[in-house]
Design a protein around this ligand. Structure first.
Ligand SMILES: [Fe+2]
Ligand SMILES: [Fe+2]
Length: 147
């Protein structure tokens, strides 16, 4: 599996978890479980993506701008995840903040798939895309093991 297919698989999982989360209500076991899974998934994906895919992209002069932009969006998502983790799940503000994160995340995933990956496909040959896919897999497993 090349890096684009591998990352898109994760993106599907993130979209799915976010879609299920907006259907939960209050401080329920379902919301707690889904939010814990979503947070772990989004953080491990972003960290592993930065350590492998974006580290390679930023090394190309033509890839720097998009790589920096994506990393700053990861930081915004991490801040919102942190705020959500500290907010009462039963408050109305929790779902409003989660919806904001969901919108921003969907925008980020769409931008990666529609703009960043096509650019990377021009800069990386097939062997590099395959190697980055394997490196991503390894790094993500390591990130998840730490949580
Ligand atoms: Fe991604
Ligand atoms: Fe990302």
């Amino acid at each position: 599996m090349n890096v684009y297919e591998r990352l898109e698989n994760d993106h599907r999982r993130q979209r799915e978890l976010a879609r299920k989360l907006v259907e939960t209500s209050g401080d329920s076991p379902e919301r707690r479980e889904l939010f814990a899974a979503f947070r772990e998934e989004v953080e491990a994906h972003a960290d592993a993506e930065e350590q492998t895919f974006y580290a390679a992209l930023i090394a190309h002069p033509d890839g720097q701008e998009k790589a920096r932009h994506s990393v700053s969006e990861h930081e915004e998502a991490a801040d919102l995840l942190e705020e959500l983790a500290e907010l009462e799940m039963s408050s109305g503000g929790w779902l409003r903040k989660f919806e904001k994160l969901k919108d921003e995340l969907e925008h980020h995933l769409d931008e990666e798939e529609d703009e960043v990956f096509p650019l990377a496909r021009r800069l990386f040959d097939d062997a590099v895309a395959a190697r980055l896919g394997a490196e991503f897999e390894e790094r993500k497993a390591a990130e998840k093991a730490e949580t």
